[in-house]
Design a protein around this ligand. Structure first.
Ligand SMILES: [Zn+2]
Length: 246
């Protein structure tokens, strides 16, 4: 399995039914910095991360590995064990959610996992922002899809990775605080990026931000939605989820 280069130092490993028990297209993002290599999310188990270890051994074997978990969903963290000896960073809230829900997520998703999914929590947490100034990489809290979600900004390559805050045809809403989500999307606009990337749809056009904002605002202000069949399917799931969480 090969990584796809999306910028000077940014790469995506994209998994789907061809190479994973989890059929949904899911990417992890790698930034090869000067001294550190950032592995952003760890997919569905340690097996998926063998490709990443091979890649790092080949491209930058002396770099310090820094793993980032963008939020608590299982398909972003279950490969953490493959990096248990390295720094694994997340938002404090992600740590708390994982500590509480890891085992139940394992049971619920056991048929979609790839190899070892032993509980392996982040060993470094933050709230707000975390800057790697020397490397031009910034992690920042960006509540949206989930309240603990963080995004990653590569200031050198002008790449913004938003994990599940954007997704085609629509993102899944797992938190009811939709105004915070809109604020996050507004904040994205203030960043100077040239490439916009998300977990389940890869590189997406900038319009996706405005479209998602429109979708959220329609729900917030109870306005009619004009959605395609595909979008309606996700919207149905979202409606049920929002009802549960309010
Ligand atoms: Zn996801």
């Amino acid at each position: 399995m090969k990584a796809k280069q999306i910028s000077k130092r940014g790469y995506l490993f994209t998994f789907d039914s061809k190479n994973s028990n989890f059929e949904v297209e899911t990417s992890i993002y790698i930034i090869i910095g000067d001294k550190k290599v950032f592995v952003i999310d760890t997919h569905c188990g340690a097996d998926s991360m063998m490709y990443v270890h091979d890649f790092i051994n080949h491209k930058c074997k002396d770099h310090e590995i820094v793993v980032v978990n963008t939020h608590y969903d299982w398909d972003h963290v279950f490969g953490n064990m493959a990096f248990s000896k390295h720094t694994i960073i997340s938002h404090q809230e992600t740590y708390d959610m994982l500590d509480q829900h890891w085992e139940s997520m394992e049971i619920a998703n056991k048929d979609s996992c790839d190899g070892d999914t032993s509980k392996c929590l982040p060993n470094k947490t933050f709230v707000g922002d975390l800057d790697f100034l020397d490397e031009g990489v910034r992690l920042f809290h960006s509540p949206g899809h989930t309240h603990d979600s963080i995004s990653v900004y590569d200031n050198q390559d002008k790449v913004l990775f938003v994990a599940d805050n954007l997704e085609k045809p629509l993102p899944y809403l797992q938190d009811h605080r939709l105004q915070l989500y809109v604020n996050t999307l507004n904040y994205y606009h203030t960043l100077n990026f040239e490439t916009l990337v998300c977990t389940h749809s890869g590189v997406v056009d900038f319009e996706t931000i405005e479209f998602t904002k429109g979708y959220l605002n329609s729900i917030i202000h109870d306005k009619p939605l004009d959605l395609t069949t595909e979008q309606l399917e996700v919207h149905g799931v979202n409606r049920l989820e929002l009802k549960k969480r309010k």
